[in-house]
Design a protein around this ligand. Structure first.
Ligand code: HEC
Length: 181
């Protein structure tokens, strides 16, 4: 008798769980279709959402870059090749040292980080992986789909490393010495 009673209780609880699950699913669907979720890039993300995005990004980059073997990065010539690539394809979002933010970089959400500041915490393989594959749901594009090959991506990794010690004047000097092609 006792065990039968228990089975009844378990069944009732399960039934309620199913009902609540269905209601929750319908509620979520109604929210999605309602348009109440604001997709505007001018929305300031809540702290929990920011935590989620940053944590997922860092963990994902670490996991996916772990099997990449970075070559030895070269000297000044490779920095210069990387600089050209950076100026052409990255500088409009990742503000170079001493430059005012562009209208585009100011409007990004999430913002494109200051590269010299963040490269200290990232390995060469991680920088390569992010540049090659981009970051979903953000403005960070993948370069794997471009006609630039992996070598060019290693060049820009070399430039990012070198940019740690760059002042505004160093960047301007490179900019003047290496006119765009
Ligand atoms: C259209 C704007 C845009 C362009 C162009 C762009 N980026 Fe980004 N990048 C972003 C944004 C936005 C993020 C931040 C993504 C996030 O917060 O998850 C980012 C993130 C990154 C990161 C990872 C930062 C981290 O915290 O892990 C690296 C490295 C990077 N970009 C390098 C580059 C390089 C190199 C180029 C050029 C070849 C480039 N980006 C071009 C917008 C851009």
């Amino acid at each position: 008798m006792m065990s039968l009673f228990r089975a009844e209780v378990v069944k009732a609880v399960l039934a309620w769980l199913v009902i609540l699950g269905v209601l929750g699913g319908l509620g979520a669907l109604a929210f999605v279709y309602s348009g109440f979720f604001n997709v505007a890039a001018t929305t300031v993300d809540s702290a929990p959402l920011q935590w989620l995005l940053v944590t997922a990004r860092e963990a994902s980059i670490q996991l996916h870059a772990r099997d990449i073997e970075a070559p030895t990065l070269g000297g000044a010539e490779q920095v210069e090749r990387g600089f050209r690539f950076f100026r052409q394809e990255c500088a409009m979002c990742h503000n170079p040292p001493g430059r005012e933010p562009t209208a585009m970089s100011a409007g990004l959400n999430p913002k494109a980080p200051d590269l010299p500041e963040l490269v200290e915490d990232m390995t060469d393989a991680e920088l390569f992986w992010v540049t090659r594959n981009g970051i979903r749901f953000t403005g960070m594009p993948a370069w794997a789909t471009s006609s630039y090959g992996d070598e060019m991506i290693w060049d820009v990794v070399t430039y990012m490393r070198a940019s740690v010690d760059m002042q505004a004047a160093d960047y301007d000097a490179l900019d003047q010495r290496l006119p765009p092609d």
